[in-house]
Design a protein around this ligand. Structure first.
Ligand code: FAD
Ligand code: NAP
Length: 336
């Protein structure tokens, strides 16, 4: 156990956070004994990966489990694809590069997403039209109910848009390893305008080229947490029914939105960043925190901010968007 452990460099907002006790998990075999000890002592606990999707308070009581399980291996490969087993503590982007180095495409659109492999299934990370759940075969996790290590097939993980069983049942499963399946059949997925625009010639790009393009776009549009604290998108894109969308479109003909779900459902995903920008928040500052100047969906810590200040700014934005569009914005990062 590490007493009075600073999480300042383990949360991408860069907030000053002190964990009463931290415990580094480096092996799935530790889980049973560690959880038994926490339960016996009656301590509160939570799990932390890289801290890039959390809003942490200045003090965290009880035990903070730091998921540091390393290692990645190709456990099976044939003509149709490869199964890769990866420790929860492996850095996500390093893993994406590792697969591409071995000629295994599929994850390139998800390059440069911060955080760990173990956290990727939690909100079913997604970018440029690809979601990680599509490439997960199963998940090894410590089940806090049965107190055993279980292996959940992807079909039981309820992966949907930025959601999964792990998010809807917090503190039930602690992910120790992820088994990916990367099919050998591959073609580039360039549905998003920014990504499509990176390739002007007729020749189809390689997965490596897509990864490089994704990194370039992201570096241009998103703040680097090492330089300016943030947790990526602060709000989820709201999904509305057709009737509400058509009403909004009459009032706001410029509204940016995309079809969502089954064709014919008429559901639309509204670009929350556009709505926040429309309300005039882009680039605004509220003391130590603010709205990023190049992407209104990202709230930033200019230095000295904390959970209260960023949540107060979020509330101002949520209220204004609700008044203007009649749409509720939900906060994406997990609050503790
Ligand atoms: P943490 O922030 O440490 O944890 C997030 C949640 O997962 C917490 O509730 C934690 O308890 C839980 N958790 C972590 N590890 C485990 C585990 N092993 N078992 C059980 N629960 C666990 N997200 C996207 O989807 N797409 C993007 O394109 C994207 N871009 C981003 C860009 C920036 C600049 C930033 C800062 C964030 C971005 N994010 C994006 C959000 C974030 O990177 C992802 O959600 C990422 O998966 C979080 O990983 P983490 O290890 O930092 O998780
Ligand atoms: P963008 O490409 O400017 O697009 C703005 C919004 O419109 C995005 O939220 C995206 O939804 C949606 N969108 C754009 N083209 C779309 C299409 N063809 N079909 C469906 N939806 C479309 O977004 P960006 O800010 O530069 O981010 C690029 C990608 O990285 C996005 O996928 C975004 O989700 C991801 N990202 C996520 C986070 C995070 O923390 N969650 C942070 C940074 C970037 P989606 O968000 O649903 O894709």
């Amino acid at each position: 156990m590490l007493p009075d452990f600073s999480l300042r460099s383990r949360n991408s907002f860069g907030f000053e956070v002190l964990a009463e006790q931290a415990y580094s998990i480096t092996d799935a075999e530790q889980m049973g004994a560690v959880m038994e000890a926490i339960e016996a002592a009656g301590l509160p606990w939570r799990v932390l990966g890289g801290g890039s999707n959390v809003i942490l308070p200045p003090a965290l009581s009880g035990v903070t489990l730091l998921m540091d399980i390393a290692g990645q291996t190709i456990t099976h490969q044939d003509d149709s694809g490869a199964v890769i087993t990866v420790g929860a503590g492996v850095n996500w982007h390093d893993f994406v590069l590792w697969t591409l180095d071995r000629g295994l495409p599929g994850l390139e659109n998800l390059a440069l997403i911060p955080g760990t492999v173990g956290a990727a299934p939690i909100q079913n990370i997604g970018a440029y039209g690809v979601e990680v759940g599509e490439y997960i075969q199963s998940i090894e996790a410590y089940d806090c109910h049965s107190k055993t290590i279980v292996n959940l097939p992807a079909s039981e993980c309820a992966f949907t848009y930025r959601n999964s069983i792990f998010k809807t049942h917090p503190n039930r499963y602690i992910i120790t390893r992820v088994h990916f399946y990367l099919p050998a059949a591959w073609s580039p997925r360039l549905r998003y305008a920014d990504l499509a625009a990176a390739f002007t010639s007729d020749h189809a790009p390689t997965a490596e080229e897509v990864m490089v393009a994704v990194c370039k776009i992201r570096n241009r549009k998103l703040p680097d947490p090492k330089l300016i604290g943030n947790a990526g998108s602060f709000f989820q894109n709201p999904i509305v029914e057709k009737a509400q969308y058509l009403q909004l479109l009459e009032q706001f003909p410029e509204l940016v939105s995309y079809p969502e779900g089954d064709e014919g459902s008429g559901k639309r995903k509204l670009a929350a960043g556009w709505m926040i920008d429309h309300c005039g928040f882009k680039g605004m500052r509220a003391g130590a925190v603010g709205v990023y100047q190049h992407q209104a969906l990202v709230l930033v810590n200019h230095g000295g901010g904390n959970a209260d200040s960023v949540l107060a700014l979020a509330k101002t934005i949520q209220d204004k968007v609700q008044d203007t569009f009649g749409v509720a914005l939900l906060i994406e990062p997990i609050r503790y």
